[in-house]
Design a protein around this ligand. Structure first.
Ligand code: IPD
Ligand code: CA
Ligand code: CA
Length: 259
């Protein structure tokens, strides 16, 4: 049986609230059990693991035919062939989380035949729920979102981030920051790609760029930007997913500085 996208979103919202409870249970506590993943900058905590396990269990139970891609556990194939794939980041912003900084979120995207049709990003400490259905706009706690209309770089505050292999890979965004920062009002490194994209959708950041993102960092957030009237521009294809998000005219200016 094919569920309506509204039903699927309701499930995603309820799951995101439950995951938010898992995040808050260990936030600013000393029992996070942080471990190193790819290198010393790249951590995983028990909140990442418990959140992912909860989401996989819920999706598998409720939608056994759906496929799942989860950051911490990879691909899970549905029982029978189905065009649905959930793309989940159980805790985006793990470094913030581990430091006690409040910008972290769970990101849940849903694709049908490789097109993202629905997304939910929930930042539990901030109590911010971002939701989107393709063709129906994007929302923050029920209020419709719209990207910034600014186009003059010197009036703009942009978000960005740096890859975990910044110490060993020279394509690490440092020269991009040096090139564009003098032309901007300011730059923010908020530390959670899904939240950066949602902030761009809301116009709190005028634009955002980052290289070396993974599908779970941006699946839901990219649709949230697009449904707020923004665009996603892929500026290189040799560093996983490398994107500029914002309004069309601003992207055209930003891309002249970013490699
Ligand atoms: C990371 C954050 C960070 C970004 C990294 C991501 P994680 O996700 O979104 O802001 O710069 O590229 O990997 O590891 O906290 O889920
Ligand atoms: Ca992430
Ligand atoms: Ca994560």
């Amino acid at each position: 049986m094919k569920q309506s996208v509204q039903t699927l979103q309701q499930f995603a919202i309820e799951s995101a609230y439950k995951v938010g409870d898992i995040h808050l249970k260990y936030f600013r506590k000393d029992n996070q059990n942080a471990e190193i993943k790819s290198n010393i900058s790249d951590l995983v905590t028990r909140a990442d693991k418990e959140s992912e396990a909860y989401l996989i269990e819920q999706i598998t139970y409720n939608f056994p035919d759906h496929n799942i891609l989860g950051e911490e556990s990879g691909n899970h194939e549905g029982k029978h062939k189905s065009g649905y794939r959930w793309v989940i980041d159980p805790l985006d912003g793990t470094n913030n989380y581990n430091q006690g900084l409040p910008v972290f979120a769970v990101s849940i995207g849903l694709q049908y035949e490789n097109t993202t049709i629905m997304g939910v990003v929930y930042a539990p400490y901030l109590k911010e729920l971002f939701t989107v259905i393709k063709g129906e706009g994007s929302f923050l706690n029920g209020e419709r979102l719209k990207v910034s209309e600014k186009t003059e770089l010197n009036e703009c505050v942009l978000g960005t981030g740096f890859p975990y292999d910044k110490g060993t890979n020279p394509i690490n965004n440092i020269s991009n920051v040096a090139a564009i920062l003098p032309h901007l009002r300011g730059i923010r490194r908020m530390g959670a790609a899904a939240y950066d994209l949602c902030s761009t959708a809301a116009g709190y950041l005028d634009a955002y760029w980052e290289l070396d993102l993974k599908p779970w960092d941006m699946c839901a957030g990219a649709l949230i930007v697009e449904e707020a009237g923004g665009e996603i521009f892929h500026f290189r294809n040799d560093r996983n997913i490398s994107i500029i998000a914002g309004n069309h005219n601003l992207i055209e200016k930003v891309r002249t500085f970013i490699k």
